[in-house]
Write a protein that binds this ligand. Structure first.
Ligand code: BTN
Length: 240
C-alpha cells in the first residue's frame, strides 16, 4: 500500500484524481493530509476540519468491478469499515445515516465522498474520500457534528486509528469480502431505522415517514402513508 502524507492541500480527493490523470496509480494508493483548503463534502457542501486535528484520507481504487450488488456496495463497505473501526473504540450509539454519514447519537462524526470515473474500456476507478472527526473539540460552526475526543474526553493518536481503518477498508473492499454480510450490517445500523421521521423534498415540502431499508441502487426506502417509496440522494433530506 502506497501512502502519501501531505500537510495542507486543497482536497485529497482532487489531489488523487489529478495524480491518476498524470501517472499510473497503484490500486489502494492512500493520500492523507493534515488540512484542506477546499475540502469537499456531499451535495456540493464544503468539508470543514480544523488543521491537524482530524483524519483526512482518500483512497484510490482501480477497476471497481467486483461488487455483485452494484457500485453502491462500495459505499456500504466503506461505511462499515469506519463503523467497525469506531466500534472497536467503544463508542456507543453508532449508526450510519443514509447514504453514508457516520453518526454517534444525533451527531455526525464522519463523512464519505466517493467519486467514480468511467474509463474508455468501461471499467471504473474510484476515489474514496473519508473525513473523520478525531481530536477537534470546537464545533461552534457545526452544531450537528462531534468528534471522538468530544465523546470520550481525551485525545487520540490519529495514526493508530488510520492504520486500523485502512486495514478494515482493505478487507471490506477486497473481492473476497462477504458483501451480503456487509449489506446486512449496514441495514441494521441505519440511523432512524423503523422510527417515524420527518423528510424534506426538493420543493421545500415536508412529510413524515419511516425508513424501512436501502436498496442495491442506494435508494432509501421510506414508508409513507402506508406505501413504500424509493428516493435517491438528491430527492430527499432527512430532518433530525
Ligand atoms: C460528507 O459531506 O459527509 C462527505 C465528506 C467527505 C470529506 C472527505 S475529507 C477527505 C476527502 N477530500 C475531500 O475533499 N473530501 C473528502
Amino acid at each position: 500500500m502506497q501512502i502519501v502524507k501531505l500537510d495542507a492541500i486543497p482536497s485529497t480527493n482532487d489531489f488523487l484524481k489529478e495524480m491518476a490523470r498524470n501517472q499510473s496509480v497503484e490500486n489502494f494508493t492512500v493520500v492523507m493530509a493534515e488540512s484542506q483548503t477546499h475540502g469537499k463534502g456531499q451535495r456540493g457542501a464544503e468539508w470543514l476540519s480544523q488543521d491537524g486535528k482530524n483524519l483526512i484520507i482518500s483512497v484510490y481504487i482501480d477497476r471497481t468491478s467486483h461488487f455483485s450488488h452494484g457500485i453502491f456496495s462500495m459505499n456500504v463497505a466503506v461505511a462499515m469499515a469506519i463503523f467497525d473501526t469506531f466500534s472497536l473504540l467503544d463508542i456507543s450509539d453508532l449508526s450510519v445515516k443514509w447514504p453514508n454519514d457516520i453518526m454517534a447519537g444525533n451527531k455526525k462524526m464522519g463523512g464519505i465522498l466517493i467519486e467514480n470515473s468511467l474509463r474508455s474500456d468501461g471499467t471504473f476507478t474510484s476515489v474514496i474520500g473519508i473525513g473523520l472527526n478525531i481530536n477537534q473539540t470546537d464545533f461552534s460552526a457545526l452544531p450537528l457534528a462531534t468528534s471522538l475526543s468530544n465523546l470520550m474526553g481525551r485525545d487520540y493518536d490519529k495514526s493508530i486509528i488510520a492504520e486500523k481503518l485502512l486495514s478494515q477498508l482493505e478487507s471490506y473492499l477486497s473481492p473476497t469480502a462477504n458483501q451480503d454480510q456487509l449489506w446486512k450490517d449496514y441495514r441494521i445500523n441505519l440511523f432512524r431505522l423503523e422510527v417515524e421521521s420527518k423528510f424534506e423534498l426538493p420543493d421545500g415540502t415536508f412529510f413524515s415517514g419511516i425508513i424501512r431499508d436501502v436498496d442495491y441502487q442506494g435508494r432509501i426506502i421510506i414508508e409513507k402513508d402506508g406505501r413504500e417509496e424509493r428516493f435517491s440522494l438528491k430527492e430527499i433530506k432527512l430532518i433530525y
